[in-house]
Design a protein around this ligand. Structure first.
Ligand SMILES: [Mg+2]
Length: 444
């Protein structure tokens, strides 16, 4: 693990570091710092005017210093004289509580105090578009059922291979790549890891995918629903909890003690796994404010059936076994998949809110409720009593605001800042005039 960035630069021929922090909306903000200046910067951090990003700060606030975490450093495989390093915002010597990576680190520490070490894997789907974003990059990618289309994936082999090669070089353990369910859509999978490491990799994956796509004359987008009528970009998360972090992990706490005879135990989920899942179910509607953070997110969940036959996104708070039509799937012993998050999710807040909801469930011994072993797309209307997911961003923000426990777990300062900034975004959306209004109201 890297501890000294100046030595890292000397050993690897790095000339510049991108000291990068992530704001509330998931934007990655960086300063390019020459290697000669990195030793001081590692101590003190790089200075930013925080209010100029999506953080709830004003021009009157003092400088925000982003202090690099050397353990996260990655040499850019496509530009090896530059290295990216995730940074933690600090102001006047104290962590900025609303900064997403700080929120996640605080929750990881809280879970660790209770002997829980969350590991996750994510599936960050993306589309390849033309540079102006107006069309799919591949005009021949028109099949009605394009999932796993081998001809189409090979037409973008240069992009997919380059990204996968880089992940191999970085030691992420990538193991499969495919054309996904929408025309122009791809997914690449790499091995699960500790929550903070997965969040850093998720951030870097987005940066890398966009950069490689640009190099090839395309534009990669993680937008939740970039094309009307096609399947959206999900960011499913596979979750397990272990007895120790990193390489010290020996026991999957979710996979043991399956003898209770409960509905979760039948699927190989331990009592603690069941409580963790119970927390996710209990807080699901509020969770959506984080996992589905944009106006566009709600065109993915609650969507009508797409041209390929299924939306692949949930609309109700239900869980089941190995069945992709629910919000939570337990595909096998010792882990579960949360299918709610979309491509707009902030990598750090995704991990943070999973830990917050799960920890709350473990503390309160939350019951995940009834397991529905049905096809939700066909028979969802038969389910009685399961909450529907929020219908839009405002709905989700209101659920979050009402969920006092989740707000406190995520941090009061963070929650207030997040709600304020997202409400401003919602107001901006609803105050803009649309053609739809004219089409439907002109002759009223
Ligand atoms: Mg997928």
């Amino acid at each position: 693990m890297t501890t000294d960035l100046a030595a890292f630069a000397a050993e690897n021929g790095v000339k510049y570091f991108m000291i990068s922090f992530t704001d509330l909306f998931g934007g990655q903000r960086a300063k390019l710092v020459p290697a000669q200046a990195i030793a001081d910067m590692q101590e003190e951090g790089a200075g930013f005017a925080g209010f100029a990003t999506y953080l709830d700060l004003t021009p009157a606030h003092p400088d925000m210093l982003a202090v690099p975490d050397p353990a996260s450093v990655i040499q850019l495989p496509w530009q090896p004289d530059v290295a990216w390093v995730a940074a933690d915002p600090v102001m006047e010597g104290a962590p900025v509580d609303q900064a997403p990576r700080n929120v996640l680190k605080r929750l990881i520490a809280q879970a660790a105090e209770e002997g829980m070490h969350v590991k996750t894997g994510i599936e960050a789907e993306y589309f390849l578009l033309t540079p102006d974003g107006s069309a799919l990059s591949d005009e021949y990618d028109t099949a009605a059922k394009p999932c796993y289309d081998q001809q189409a994936v090979m037409r973008r082999y240069d992009v997919v291979r380059e990204i996968c090669d880089y992940m191999l070089d970085l030691g992420w353990g990538p193991y499969q790549n495919d054309h996904e369910d929408a025309n122009g859509q791809f997914e690449m999978n790499w091995e699960f890891d500790d929550a903070l490491r997965t969040a850093d990799k998720h951030s870097f994956f987005k940066f890398m995918t966009k950069s490689v796509a640009e190099k090839h004359g395309f534009r990669a987008t993680f937008m939740p629903k970039p094309v009307e009528g096609l399947t959206g970009n999900g960011c499913h998360a596979h979750i397990s909890v272990w007895d120790a972090p990193g390489d010290k992990a020996r026991t999957n706490v979710f996979a043991t003690d399956t003898t209770t005879g409960s509905q979760t135990a039948e699927l190989g989920l331990s009592e603690q796994g069941s409580y963790f899942l119970g927390g996710i179910m209990k807080h699901a509607s509020a969770l959506a404010a984080i996992t589905n953070p944009t106006v566009n997110s709600y065109k993915r969940i609650n969507a009508p059936r797409t041209m390929s036959g299924a939306t692949w996104a949930p609309n109700t708070v239900t869980w089941t076994g190995n069945n992709r039509t629910h919000m939570v799937r337990v595909p096998g012993p010792g882990r579960f998949e949360l299918r709610l998050p979309d491509g707009a999710v902030n990598p750090y807040l995704l991990q943070a809110v999973i830990i917050a909801a799960g920890l709350s469930g473990v503390r309160s011994k939350a019951d995940p409720g009834k397991r529905y072993d049905i096809d939700m797309y066909a028979d969802g209307h038969k389910v009685r009593g399961a909450p529907k997911l929020p219908l839009n961003m405002l709905d989700a923000l209101r659920f979050y605001d009402k969920d006092k426990e989740l707000k406190a777990m995520m941090g009061e300062e963070f929650s207030a800042a997040y709600l304020k900034m997202r409400h401003q975004e919602w107001t901006s959306f609803v105050t803009h005039f649309t053609q739809w209004e004219k089409d439907n109201t002109l002759d009223v």
